[in-house]
Design a protein around this ligand. Structure first.
Ligand code: CP3
Length: 325
């Protein structure tokens, strides 16, 4: 999950000297930061330290990641010309540092836990490219989608194509699973999701099916169209806290795995409360196989590292395989 590391004092120390993108472009430093949550918290998987906007630089877009804001685009894409000018990503030439970092992390982890690679989904990346910065209303995105559907489709097709190549390259470099982050897709109506988004996420997920690597499909605010998200594809679906996990899983079907559900704000409650939120999720899941315990979205920067460590310990103790059998 995004910012798994950002509340860790050890990570903050690295960040005092280097920006997010600079860390991503230094394979040794990137590998060290990627392994931090595994070493310090004992989580069961590592996620590559990167950002969904990192490969977009490789497509010719100038951007920065601003403290406390997120990605900011120098020249937002709002017309056919700028959408058509986007270059197709060539991972080996444009983001060699990501592939080098993957190989280093695999060595560092030495088989202890799996490594998750990821990319942004076309809708979530498009929303940054069009709005130019994080937004609450998504008005510029929706206005382009409704008023200029041809440009919308050009943009989404380019993103789907490049993100497929990017994830394939990460698999080639050794990641054990891939996650497609459609963080902001919950701002859409179910009909708009089907018309403007589903075909492009589906293209990526279909392209990856042949690799045999598990595909995690992430979204937030998606309780109204979980079935459509399933149609887009994936082996694991992430759900947020706006729906009980057992209800979500029943709707998705037991032929897929689920993750997520804990409200990141639960990390701000006292430890007793936090454990009871976590226990409720485990009770609803009832030991069914195919459950990955996770937050419904990224860690808040003010989560306490101690609370996170307690949570990891609690989950390990309460979900030992031998107890569930
Ligand atoms: O958890 C990790 O440390 C893994 C690395 C990771 C980052 N970004 C580094 C980062 C991952 C998996 C991401 C994905 C990402 N980036 C997503 C998808 C997942 C999600 O959480 O929805 C999105 C939407 C982004 C875009 C982005 N980058 C946002 C919204 C922000 C937050 C700004 C803020 O501070 O609230 C960023 C910045 C960013 N990317 C940080 C990190 C560790 C922030 C902390 C820092 O400045 O060091």
């Amino acid at each position: 999950m995004r910012q798994a590391g950002r509340f860790l004092p050890e990570y903050r120390r690295v960040r005092q000297k280097h920006g997010v993108l600079a860390i991503c472009k230094d394979p040794e430093l990137c590998a060290k930061v990627t392994a931090m949550p595994v070493e310090l918290l004992g989580v069961d998987a590592a996620i590559m330290f990167a950002d969904i906007m990192l490969p977009i630089e490789g497509m010719g877009v100038k951007l920065t990641i601003e403290e406390g804001i997120g990605p900011v685009i120098e020249e937002p894409i709002r017309d056919r010309r700028s959408a058509s000018n986007l270059e197709k990503l060539d991972p080996a030439a444009d983001v060699p540092f990501v592939l080098d970092a993957i190989r280093l992390v695999k060595k560092l982890l030495d088989g202890r836990v799996p490594l998750i690679g990821f990319s942004g989904a076309p809708f979530t990346i498009a929303s940054y490219l069009i709005e130019g910065r994080p937004t609450r209303d998504f008005d510029k995105v929706k206005s382009l989608m409704y008023r200029d559907p041809k440009t919308w489709h050009v943009l989404m097709e380019k993103l789907a194509d490049s993100m497929s190549a990017y994830l394939q390259a990460q698999i080639g470099a050794g990641v054990d699973a891939v996650q497609l982050f459609d963080s902001w897709v919950g701002c859409l109506s179910p009909q708009d999701y089907r018309n403007y988004v589903l075909p492009y996420s589906q293209l990526i997920l279909k392209n990856l099916a042949r690799s045999g690597v598990p595909r995690i499909h992430f979204g937030t605010g998606t309780s109204n169209f979980l079935e459509d998200m399933k149609e887009a594809g994936g082996d694991v679906f992430s759900v947020d806290w706006r729906i009980p996990i057992d209800v979500a899983w029943r709707r998705l079907g037991y032929d897929v795995a689920v993750q997520g559900n804990l409200d990141p704000a639960a990390m701000l409650a006292d430890i007793g409360q936090l454990k009871s939120f976590a226990a409720d999720i485990l009770r609803r899941v009832g030991g069914r196989s195919g459950h990955i315990f996770n937050l419904g979205h990224g860690m808040l920067p003010n989560a306490s590292a101690e609370a996170v460590a307690e949570l990891v310990k609690f989950i390990h103790e309460s979900s030992r395989l031998s107890d569930l059998r």
